[in-house]
Design a protein around this ligand. Structure first.
Ligand code: NAD
Ligand code: MG
Length: 397
């Protein structure tokens, strides 16, 4: 298949967005950038517009969008600049769009990604919060529209590669015993517990193996990220929580594995570089060059594996708890966590306060059924409100 595909990149200025554009840049005969969408990084988005000449560019607010439009006009580009959530939804579902890279961070990506699912697009999903918040709704939309869903999160991409192509028949029918979801353990895997309280945002964002956006970096440090990924795996692969085993693997070379009934374990290995799963999702079922260094097993030398410490990484336990609870409970945890991480990055909350705040919000906000998008958004809003209030009251200082 070599027809040119039109791609909308949601979150083009972020870590995943930039890596996506790097893979696209290597294959101009395959991919054309249709729309580039970002929050407020005007300068970076303008540079991307100059290089990729998209039909559309989107920023969140009108004043910044006007500035970008002016810059584009002055540079002789015919890129049309839009703003706001409506534009994101439209540019994820227009008939000309073949594929959408969902790489906005957090709940802000939910509606456009859901729109892409409803419109039957090929969705390359990095924005795991979509599945955490509205897994049932999103997977239903994918099934009903016939959209194709390709996981970009490295672990889920690895699992997807290690599963048979007809895994939708059900894991048991496919002879799958367990999913082995690997985790690096983040920068504080061995930090004495007593030292965790005073951890700074800079230290939390210094991930040993991956360079990522700030929110996911903090999530990796608390292992909330792995918790969100357990929920993500549950929805993507229809896997019950007890079949998803988290394995701490500090080298981040095995990106995850599938354990089969006959004793076979199939894993996907590679250097920790997101361009591998991005290229896989872009070209599926083909394989294309991604600019990633070949894996040198001799240089790596050894691979280690440990049990996760659920006491130290309380957020991981909370994720299993909300998954068992179901309904809007995962959306509540996700919202609390987004507020907690933002407050931590803003030095309003200590590192250990993130898990405590998440737990407190879960105990205060009543979860209900995940009936509609409105239910999910209401749970999200209430959890944010409660979390912000608790922070203001300095309950976790
Ligand atoms: P990032 O912070 O580097 O980038 C986020 C992008 O989203 C930016 O382009 C930003 O402008 C855009 N954005 C944020 N809020 C927006 C809004 N309201 N409207 C429009 N655009 C908005 O984040 P990232 O590390 O690239 O992560 C993106 C997503 O991918 C997250 O959900 C993360 O969990 C997931 N992910 C990232 C990695 C990684 O290696 N970075 C790996 C796996 C999964
Ligand atoms: Mg991951």
């Amino acid at each position: 298949m070599n027809i040119l595909q039109n791609i909308t990149v949601l979150g083009s200025t972020g870590s995943i967005g930039v890596s996506t554009l790097d893979v696209i840049r290597r294959h101009p005969e395959r991919y054309r950038v249709f729309a580039l969408c970002a929050h407020s990084q005007l300068e970076k988005l303008f540079e991307q517009c100059c290089e990729f000449r998209p039909r559309f560019a989107v920023l969140r607010d009108a004043p910044l969008a006007s500035l970008l439009a002016e810059r584009c006009r002055a540079a002789g580009l015919d890129t049309e600049v839009r703003h706001g959530i409506e534009a994101l939804i439209e540019l994820s579902s227009l008939p000309e769009v073949d594929a959408v890279m969902a790489a906005i961070v957090g709940a802000a990506g939910l509606e456009p990604t859901l729109a892409a699912a409803r419109a039957g697009k090929k969705i390359m999903l990095a924005n795991k919060e979509v599945l955490v918040m509205a897994g049932e709704l999103f997977m239903r939309a994918v099934r009903e529209s016939g959209a194709s869903l390709l996981p970009v999160d490295s672990e889920h991409n690895a699992i997807f590669q290690a599963l048979p192509t007809d895994f939708a028949r059900g894991l048991t029918a496919c002879g799958v015993r367990r999913i082995l979801l690997t985790a690096s353990g983040g920068p504080f895997r061995n930090t004495p517990l007593a030292d965790l309280q005073g951890v700074t945002p800079e230290a939390a964002c210094a991930h040993p193996n991956w360079v990522m956006g700030r929110k996911i970096s903090v999530d990796s440090a608390t292992m909330m990220n792995k918790g969100l990924e357990v929920i993500e795996a549950h929805w993507l692969f229809a896997a019950p929580p007890e079949r998803i085993q988290v394995v701490v693997h500090p080298q981040s070379v095995i990106h995850s594995a599938v354990d089969y009934a006959d004793g076979s374990v199939l894993a996907q290995l590679g250097n920790p570089d997101m361009r591998t799963p991005i290229a896989y999702a872009l070209a599926y079922p083909e394989r294309i060059e991604a600019g990633v260094e070949p894996l040198d097993l001799f240089k790596i030398g050894r691979l280690e594996f440990f049990d996760p410490d659920f006491e130290r990484f309380r957020c991981l336990q909370l994720a299993y708890d909300v998954l068992h609870q179901g309904g809007t409970a995962p959306a509540i945890l996700n919202a609390a966590n987004e507020v907690a991480v933002a407050a931590f990055l803003d030095r309003q909350l200590p590192f250990l306060g993130i898990a405590r705040l998440n737990e407190e919000v879960l105990s205060k906000v009543q979860a209900g059924p995940e009936g509609s998008l409105a239910d999910v958004l209401a749970a999200d809003a209430e959890a944010r409100q409660v979390a912000s209030r608790l922070i203001k009251e300095c309950r976790f200082a």
